[in-house]
Ligand binder design. Structure first.
Ligand code: NDP
Length: 249
């Protein structure tokens, strides 16, 4: 796929969950576009691997182990930030899937705390760290197709991903006058290391249900985020950009 070229030199992008999966692709895409990237991730192992893999971008990178659910962990990371911020991508998210009848309080609390309270903690904590002179401040929140349409076995996850959308629209209204745009991206079913381990027939069956006849790639999400973060998207505010091949049509 031919990627559109963006220039994010002199911009700083914070990516939560930025050391693995979709977040790692976001990290590499923004680095390639010239940005400095702050990678916050819970997994020290993923951080170490990412740091090794991205060695050639060392001067553009800052890594920290952060648990977005823990305000003290975040406060430490925010104090240690080497740069002021232009873009935050709230990407860290987890699932704990079970039918509602079987879902436990632990499953519910874990998903709400990470996907929703984590979103609040990071955005609130970073608000004062944005580059005040920038007219192009960006908050991009990763929701899900499940937040728009629901999904069996994901009452906790769907509630958070719908919550992400309400949060996005409200912040878009409140922060627009302060030079921010706030948008959400709602991925469909995206190929990650987890799906790569699934049998080909299962993946083909899933792809057949998508009007464009393929599963999503992490590049599809990165391309949407690059666009929303760019100056070209400065009149897009409070939207939910579905990146799902039209699966729900
Ligand atoms: P991954 O699990 O591959 O990566 C998420 C990263 O976030 C991991 O490194 C994970 O660490 C980290 N993380 C988890 N909890 C925390 C926390 N409390 N604090 C900081 N970091 C944390 O997920 P995906 O790349 O698949 O998903 C990324 C986002 O995209 C999520 O918000 C997800 O809901 C959303 N999404 C994904 C879809 C898909 O098909 N993959 C579809 C729709 C939406 P650790 O490994 O230690 O848990």
């Amino acid at each position: 796929m031919q990627n559109v070229t963006y220039n994010f030199s002199n911009k700083v992008v914070v990516v939560t969950g930025g050391a693995a999966g979709i977040g790692f692709k976001l990290t590499t895409s923004f680095l390639e576009a010239g940005a400095k990237v702050v990678v916050w991730d819970y997994s020290q192992q993923a951080l170490d691997t990412a740091q090794k893999e991205l060695g050639k971008y060392a001067s553009q990178l800052h890594f920290a182990q952060v648990d977005v659910t823990k305000r003290d962990s975040l406060a430490t990371a925010i104090t240690a930030l080497p740069w002021s911020v232009d873009v935050v991508i709230n990407n860290a998210g987890i699932t704990k899937d079970k039918s509602f009848v079987k879902m436990t309080d632990v499953d519910w609390d874990a998903v709400i705390n990470t996907n929703l309270t984590g979103l609040y903690n990071v955005t609130k904590g970073l608000l004062e760290k944005f580059n005040s002179s920038s007219a192009h401040k960006r908050v991009i929140n990763i929701s899900s197709v499940v937040g728009l349409y629901g999904n069996f076995g994901q009452a906790n996850y769907a509630a958070t991903k719908a919550g992400v959308i309400g949060f996005t629209k409200t912040l878009a209204k409140e922060l627009g006058r302060k030079g921010f745009t706030v948008n959400a991206v709602a991925p469909g079913f995206i190929k990650t290391s987890m799906t790569n381990a699934m049998p080909k027939e299962v993946l083909d069956g899933m792809a057949a249900k998508v009007p464009v006849q393929r599963l999503g790639e992490v590049d599809d999400i990165a391309n949407a985020c690059l666009y929303l973060a760019s100056e070209q998207a400065s009149y897009i505010n409070g939207t939910v950009l579905s990146v799902d091949g039209g699966i729900v049509l």
